[in-house]
Design a protein around this ligand. Structure first.
Ligand code: ATP
Length: 302
């Protein structure tokens, strides 16, 4: 971060907090010819976030800096692709320098790349006074990835289609979760390949969980957590199953689920104190372990 001072030059730069998400519910209901899957999901933003620093450039170049070894600093980066999309759509826009302070574990089911892309769209809209609406940004975002529209919307939402048809829900108030990641990546494509859509397995109903959120019933939300991708992951990766068991047995844990295609597992915790205590207890056992509050927002300019 040494060559980037966000306090240096007035409105020529800004910082956006890009929040991670968890899926409180995820069911795969069909496949599509474009490789995406039809899903029913309930997204929720969480406090854990990356910081995205944006600075105007005088040319039309896009540069990306990130010190995380698994995050590419080139056109493969979703944040780069978000900036490119805006530049391609806005002829007189100058370029942008993007610095990513990565806190969200990478390829972990927490939507880190999508959050960064959302932050670039949102931040550049403010930095360059583009006057795009949230809806405009979400329509651009879906071209980058299925989770990007939710990362722009933030809070809690029911997602249908590929996750881009969103109905906002009231976020959980003052709830804390514990996140644990074993430190290895699970290939998302492999996980989806394991889903046999013709197999009729008993599923939970997304509308029940949505209603629990609408009524602010924390314990019932925790009781109805569901992820249809868990079965293949837990049977192939015993380390993830072990995390699930450990989090489930932890005092104060009300419900445990793998997020997205894994490998992060989260527990909805009864209190901040129990979440922090559990995080301290597991700190040395896992590659990543963090207590964090649920968040009402996906993005924040700070
Ligand atoms: P999702 O939950 O949306 O499926 P994820 O959290 O599992 O996403 P990401 O952290 O977004 O996964 O990373 C997926 C891949 O994208 C990684 O292999 C990573 O190298 C690449 N990538 C590109 N841009 C970024 C970025 N800005 N941050 C993190 N990863 C990125």
């Amino acid at each position: 971060m040494a060559d980037f001072d966000p306090d240096e030059s007035g409105c020529e730069h800004l910082r956006v907090q890009a929040h991670a998400k968890v899926n409180l519910y995820l069911d795969i209901i069909g496949s599509r010819s474009d490789g995406y899957h039809e899903i029913e999901t309930i997204f929720h933003s969480i406090g854990l976030h990356d910081d995205i620093y944006l600075r105007k450039r005088i040319d039309r170049q896009i540069t990306v800096h990130c010190e995380h070894p698994h995050v590419p600093c080139d056109p493969r980066n979703l944040a780069y692709r978000a900036a490119k999309l805006l530049l391609d759509n806005t002829p007189d826009l100058s370029g942008v320098e993007i610095q990513i302070l990565k806190r969200i574990p990478v390829a972990a089911g927490l939507g880190g790349g999508s959050a960064d892309a959302a932050a670039v769209l949102y931040g550049m809209n403010a930095l360059f006074d583009l006057n795009l609406t949230q809806r405009d940004l979400m329509q651009l975002g879906v071209q980058l990835g299925a989770d990007v529209p939710f990362c722009i919307l933030g809070g809690a939402a029911l997602g249908r289609g590929i996750g881009e048809i969103l109905t906002p829900l009231p976020p959980l108030e003052e709830a804390w979760i514990l996140l644990v990641n074993p430190g290895f990546e699970i290939p998302t494509a492999w996980v989806y390949q394991q889903i046999n859509l013709s197999l009729t397995v008993p599923k939970k109903n997304v509308t029940i969980l949505a209603r629990c959120l609408q009524n602010g019933e924390f314990v019932n939300v925790a009781r109805h957590l569901y992820n249809g991708l868990e079965v293949p992951v837990l049977s192939k990766y015993p380390a993830v199953a072990e995390i699930k068991t450990k989090l489930g047995n932890r005092p104060g844990s009300c419900g445990v689920l793998m997020s997205g295609s894994g490998a992060t597992v989260f527990a909805l915790m009864q209190s901040q104190a129990e979440a922090n205590l559990a995080a301290a207890n597991f700190e040395n056992d896992f590659a990543f372990c963090r207590a964090t509050p649920m968040s009402r927002v996906g993005l924040r300019i700070s």
